[in-house]
Write a protein that binds this ligand. Structure first.
Ligand SMILES: [Fe+2]
Length: 209
């Protein structure tokens, strides 16, 4: 999720930890169907870019680090693509609304679960699978790295780990990005923040806009 100040004053707890129907395992919408939902629900270009970046990172990780086939890659990508789909128009129903929509459409429960667990503190659902954990790990950190790219004349080009780490320590930089969540997500994924940063810096510039 993208953190906005009023976010903290709302309860977004989902009150459940089981999502979707196991009978729908393997059922994924087509890319066209998913993009239609994406464009219908999300009007904010900044948020769209964030969701596309996270989708791209998820797909890249699934392909390069999990060795998944195209259907597996699309599954991961889909979770990234739609994880904030309801944030733009229904922030007070964030996560709940997209979960219910994907359940209604009979989408693979693993995709729904990943979306439901991308903010454990907010939604009350712990990331369990690798896909859950990577979505949580990429979400906030990719936002900070994108913010850093916007303040560099060269954008992502030549970006170094030490530069990102300096911004991470600088609390006033991209102040909405929650540093505790970044550390928590990395720990849960069992991947160092350094490795996550390096992966994002390498892959994020290729995210489709
Ligand atoms: Fe997000």
């Amino acid at each position: 999720m993208n953190n906005f100040p009023f976010y903290y004053f709302m309860s977004l707890q989902l009150g459940r930890t089981s999502f979707g129907d196991p009978a729908n395992a393997g059922h994924l919408p087509s890319r066209e169907e998913a993009m239609d939902l994406f464009h219908d629900w999300v009007k904010n270009d900044r948020l769209k870019l964030h969701m596309l970046q996270v989708a791209w990172l998820m797909g890249s990780w699934a392909r390069n680090n999990e060795g998944l086939d195209e259907s597996g890659v699309w599954k991961w990508e889909l979770a990234g693509l739609l994880h904030d789909a309801d944030w733009d128009q229904w922030p007070d129903q964030h996560c709940r609304k997209i979960i219910e929509e994907l359940e209604r459409r009979g989408v693979d429960p693993e995709v729904i679960r990943a979306i439901a667990s991308h903010g454990p503190r907010h939604f009350g659902v712990d990331p369990e699978t690798k896909m859950d954990k990577m979505l949580y790990a990429f979400d906030e950190l990719s936002g900070l790295i994108h913010a850093y790219s916007l303040m560099r004349p060269e954008g992502y080009s030549g970006m170094e780990l030490k530069g990102v780490k300096k911004r991470l320590k600088e609390k006033s930089f991209a102040a909405n990005v929650n540093r505790e969540e970044i550390a928590d997500a990395a720990e849960r994924a069992g991947i160092s923040v350094d490795d996550l940063v390096s992966f994002i810096v390498l892959h994020q510039p290729s995210a489709k806009n």
